[in-house]
Design a protein around this ligand. Structure first.
Ligand SMILES: Nc1ncnc2c1ncn2[C@@H]1O[C@H](COP(=O)(O)OP(=O)(O)OP(=O)(O)O)[C@@H](O)[C@H]1O
Length: 666
């Protein structure tokens, strides 16, 4: 339905295979055109590491400092334990005095306490750092998204995929840093133990270290492959989520039940899941083979080392303490190397995801901003479209092919045309959601590309064809038209009254505080009963209209099919109100119901990408053309209805009122 662009938007993106991979008009190629893996290797990772590190430090400097201390303590414990164990065992064998042995045992016990406590403290700190960093990263990401002032980026499936990955990465940037800590911890432990082991057996130490190098390289290779695989399956995942969402969407469920398409959609959802799972399975198997092989290699090396140590002790080349130290050090070095390798892989994988975050952050607006934007004064003369050509991107057909049009200040202009003629597109250009591919749009003679965009938008009010229905309270749904009305119930009510929806909203269980949704509820039965309501399509449309009425002091009011969902009486009433409202104001109204726009100061017919006709209603019906033909068609329909309804005076009231509008003029 029109009121839920989320549903329609995702359906369009997911259902149109041709749409994938084509960057939208004006999109920064840097934002969309990268390698198949979606990452540029070394430079991107380095940059991501710097951003993640800076973000983490700024979000939680104290927690990070304490975490480093904990981490160093945890890293030193295995080395201390290995040495203390050797000293205790050797002391026992050599008959050292009890006091010395007690001191060593106490130190060993202390190391055990540290080993027990510090990891928990570290875990708590890690969770706290994660929370703080995620908050800050999410804020940064959505601030960056807000900077995309146009719509082109949101038309690009590739960019949407990147954004989805960036959102995932934004919720776990701390993981990359935690991986870095793990690296450091593994390195400290490994260096300490390797040094200790080297005292006993330089050869064995060399062998152990050499087995660690292929482990590290293979883990990095696997991590890179996994990140590339995630990027490749992201369109599949997006489609799966789309099919999944459809089956939970109350609007879609109507059609799904009636048309019996549940099984079909479930089948598609599962196909997408199977495709993604197959890719993941291939990767898991590869990891199983590689990691299993490496683990086996490590176990063989450790076993061989143990045999050597036992044989050396028999020859008295090693003390008993040396053997215990050797066993602890081999296990410790292998554990440390495993931590090192896993942390490196984890850091690499998170950084690879974080590259998407950084890319989104570095992506500029899709609309070039003027270095010295002109302020947008109140509209005095009008808005001119001068030879405007537009297509959504180079691969798409032209929608507008040289539109020349003037919207004079203070006049109501109506835009008419067949489906797909480009009416809504023209409106999007007026709001500067896109720039014309050729030509220009001038606000009192100033190109929209040169004006302050935020200011321009404060000068415009609109009801879009695909208006939004927010899962918020009635007050918030209206006040989103102008946030300054959020704490001004009188303004909200006045706008709702003008849109003819005040009685409905006032009569809700909690009046204007009622949630216009059934999606969220508080939990308790009582709360659920009062949780929210669903409005009808026409009632939602009036709410959207009320939202626009809050902006009625703006210079340009755009109304794209503002009454499409209304019943005849409501439509008549809304258009009467709009007529009053539009008098003396600059407005652009789109409607397929020609009876509703006949009183516009100027009617413009858009066909084949150009202005095909324009004039007043009387002028246009007087000459053969698209408008006269469409009007005659609609009038004939009403005339037939009027004849039928004439036999039923009660029910004819509304229809005949509208029919009179049309027939009178034809
Ligand atoms: N975001 C988009 N990306 C690519 N093509 C688009 C996009 N939006 C619209 N179009 C195409 O532009 C053309 C004009 O669409 P537009 O919505 O402007 O028509 P309209 O006159 O408002 O139609 P209707 O009367 O059905 O609302 C259509 O062919 C449509 O497929």
């Amino acid at each position: 339905m029109s009121g839920d662009p989320g549903a329609t938007g995702s359906s369009a993106a997911a259902a149109d295979p041709g749409a994938t991979g084509s960057p939208a008009a004006g999109a920064d190629p840097g934002a969309t055109g990268s390698s198949a893996a979606g990452v540029d290797p070394a430079g991107g990772l380095r940059r991501a590491a710097v951003v993640a590190g800076r973000l983490t430090w700024r979000a939680a400097p104290l927690a990070v400092s304490v975490q480093v201390v904990c981490m160093l303590a945890v890293a030193a414990v295995p080395v201390a334990v290995a040495w203390l164990t050797k000293l205790v065992v050797d002391g026992l064998a050599d008959g050292e005095p009890l006091s010395a042995l007690t001191a060593l045992a106490a130190a060993l016990a202390g190391a055990g306490v540290a080993a027990a406590v510090f990891p928990h403290a570290g875990q708590y700190l890690r969770a706290e750092i994660d929370r703080r960093v995620a908050l800050s990263a999410e804020d940064g990401l959505y601030r960056a998204v807000e900077r995309f002032t146009g719509l082109a980026r949101f038309d690009s499936p590739e960019f949407l995929d990147r954004l989805r990955m960036a959102m995932q990465a934004a919720s776990t940037p701390g993981a990359a840093v935690a991986g870095g800590f793990g690296l450091l911890r593994g390195a400290v432990t490994a260096v300490g133990l390797v040094g200790s082991l080297a005292v006993i057996s330089p050869v064995m130490t060399g062998v152990l270290v050499l087995t660690g190098i292929p482990m590290l390289l293979m883990e990095l290779y696997l991590s890179r492959r996994r990140a590339a695989m995630m990027w490749l399956i992201s369109p599949t995942e997006r489609r799966r989520v789309f099919y999944q969402g459809l089956q939970e969407n109350p609007q879609a469920v109507k059609e799904i039940r009636l048309f019996g398409t549940g099984g079909f959609l479930r089948g598609r959802m599962l196909t997408e899941r199977r495709t993604a799972d197959a890719a993941k399975r291939r990767e898991d198997r590869r990891e199983l083979a590689v990691q299993g092989g490496l683990a086996l290699l490590g176990a063989v090396v450790a076993g061989a080392g143990l045999l050597w140590a036992v044989a050396a002790a028999r020859r008295d080349a090693l003390s008993i303490g040396d053997v215990s130290m050797f066993v602890a050090a081999v296990a410790g070095v292998q554990g440390a190397l495993a931590t090192l390798v896993q942390s490196a892989a984890q850091t690499h994988q998170h950084l690879t995801m974080f590259v998407h975050y950084v890319t989104v952050l570095r992506t500029g607006s899709d609309l070039p901003a003027s270095p010295a934007p002109t302020p947008v004064p109140r509209l005095r003369r009008g808005i001119e479209l001068r030879d405007v050509w537009f297509r959504y991107d180079d691969g798409h057909p032209w929608v507008l092919r040289g539109v020349n049009l003037f919207l004079p200040e203070g006049l109501a202009v109506a835009l008419v045309g067949l489906n797909g003629a480009g009416k809504s597109t023209l409106i999007k250009l007026l709001c500067r959601f896109y720039d014309p591919t050729r030509g220009a749009i001038l606000w009192d003679g100033v190109d929209l590309r040169d004006v302050d965009l935020a200011e321009l938008r404060t000068r415009i009010g609109a009801v879009f064809q695909d208006y939004m229905t927010y899962d918020l309270s009635a007050t918030e749904n209206v006040a989103l038209g102008d946030l300054s009305a959020l704490d001004d119930p009188d303004r909200v009510r006045a706008a709702a009254r003008r849109a003819g929806v005040h009685e409905v909203l006032d009569g809700l269980p909690r009046g204007y505080d009622t949630q216009l949704t059934r999606s969220f509820f508080g939990g308790s039965e009582e709360e659920e009963a009062q949780a929210g309501v669903r409005l009808s399509g026409g009632q939602w449309q009036r709410v959207a209209l009320a939202r626009a009425f809050l902006r009625d002091q703006r210079d340009l009011m755009i109304l794209d099919e503002p009454s499409a969902g209304l019943d005849a009486e409501a439509e008549h009433e809304v258009h009467s109100r709009l007529r009053e409202h539009r008098a003396g104001r600059t407005s652009l109204l789109i409607s397929h119901r020609l009876g509703a726009i006949r009183d516009a100061d100027r009617i413009v017919v858009l066909a084949d990408g150009v202005v095909a006709e324009q004039g007043t209603h009387a002028e246009l019906v007087a000459k053969p053309g698209t408008y006269a033909r469409l009007f005659a068609l609609q009038a004939a329909g009403y005339r037939d209805d009027a004849e039928v309804n004439g036999r039923n005076a009660k029910s004819s009231v509304d229809v005949s009122a509208l029919a009179r509008d049309c027939i009178d003029a034809s």
